[in-house]
Design a protein around this ligand. Sequence first.
Ligand code: SF4
Ligand code: SF4
Length: 106
Amino acid sequence: MTDEISAFIEKDKLDLQGDFCRGCGYCMPCTVDIQINQCARMSQMIRRSPSENFKGEYWQGEMTKIENCVDCGICKTKCPYGLDTPNLLRKNLLDYKKIISGEIEI
Ligand code: SF4
Ligand code: SF4
């Protein structure tokens, strides 16, 4: 095990704990049709798989739907991991917008 691999594993451990959406979809459907199980983990998906697809028009449209969230809270009551789903979505949208604008390089 090299120091580089060890550092990589430690970073993954930090990224994949806490407010991390597992994509299970138990929180759905969303009142305003947000694809929660994808959009709430966009920050991981766009960094861990080929990102071009997630930067395209389709996903930009899906991510923009997060702005329509009415904070009904239904998703939160159904998440088995106790995530604050609406705020997690907004956090992912903020990060996503920075990636699309080039403010964050991935
Ligand atoms: S709180 Fe927002 S994301 Fe959750 S179900 Fe309601 S509208 Fe959808
Ligand atoms: S927010 Fe919770 S219930 Fe919804 S997809 Fe993510 S982990 Fe599953």
